[in-house]
Design a protein around this ligand. Sequence first.
Ligand code: SF4
Length: 457
Amino acid sequence: MDTIDIERLIHKYNTPVPRYTSYPTAVEFSADFNPQDYFTALTEMTSEKPVSLYLHIPFCEHRCFYCGCNVIVSKRKEMNDDFLKDIMNEIIYKTSFIKFKPVVSQLHFGGGTPNFLRISDWQKLMDFLHNYFIFSSDIELSIELDPMVMDVTYLENLRSFGFNRVSFGIQDVNEQTQRAIGRIQNMTHIDELFQKARELGFTSVNVDFIYGLPFQNLETYQANINWILKFKPDRMAMFSYAHIPWIKKHQAQMPVEAMPNASEKLRIYLSVESQLNMNGYVSIGMDHFAKVEDPMSQALKNKSLHRNFMGYTTQANLDQLAFGPSAISHVQGVFVQNHVKLRAYEKSVRDKVELFEKGIKQNNEDKLRSYIIQSIMNNLYLDINECNTLWGIDFNKKFSTEIENLREFEKNELVKIYPDKIEVKPYGRYIVRHLGKIFDAYRKPSEEFTKRFSRGI
Ligand code: SF4
């Protein structure tokens, strides 16, 4: 396939489709869900397996124009006082249903801007978490950071609290783009942070970039790649910008005429991908890259990569306990999402009523389809024999319609279907969300979701 064929293929499938960070997808979550299902799931947890924790910090000091998240913009750090009380009370209440003190093997802080918390807040929060959970000796303790609202001392403190993974949100090194997106970065300062993170012994130092922003083109993006290759982050996320000013009004501040069109975006992506691949990075899904020696690349090679709401992970099927506004937990097949708006979240925690905005309990069929979708999307492979053994089914009989629907993709050399396995071919990776959709029982193959889901590429 040459670039034109890839372009044709990608444009054909550049339609809205779920990301499948969960199955059923979040649009199937319902306010009618029974919260008792979640509390029962907590009581049924067993101590053999560690858990994955996520804490959501919803504050940011300023609003970036491209932001797609629900954030509270403020410089008033005193807001952390009430927030910490709320999130601690939420943790105390919900963990009271668990019959043992859980061992945590993953703890991630996202936002918003987690480094909105002051060092004194971290001291309190980490002491508190150590009281309610046992941190495993090989815990992955990670945090998303806005480099412009921190200094090297802050980084030193994070390391002293046990953090071993950091991810810097950079988005673009080009000044014109930074001005257009309302996120001015001092690259000398970021260089300093990056070097300090290495010196301090963080085992994974990562960066986030976005493509599709104003004034980006193949040439300007070259500067991003050069920057990345100079610092050799362990992992890199490269997200496609979604322009939805009718929902996120602040996005209208950006000059839409300066944004690369779909073809240019694609060329940027393909060029970044090829350069990173040539320089020792492995493509993980459509939006992540990891050094070839990184455990994530190894997991992809061994077909044992997983994905949860925090992103790709090498740890299999851990129960996820998530706290803070909008956080999504997944325990023993039950998904729940906390209230997205801070006020509603605070009220739910303080009054201990209507604790969740919505949720869903997976049935066995959901669990089976989730397994298939995750296997195809994360590892680009499904072992049909293993699937039959694990789920007590005859895959080829049960999913004969889905296999027929996959044939169209097979004709275009995007997948190869064997009696005992399904393999995603190299170019199939670009449309893997569409392959997942074939096994989604909640939507028809031809159905389109212009409002609810982002585009497939
Ligand atoms: S720092 Fe992140 S979450 Fe905060 S406004 Fe900017 S993009 Fe949004």
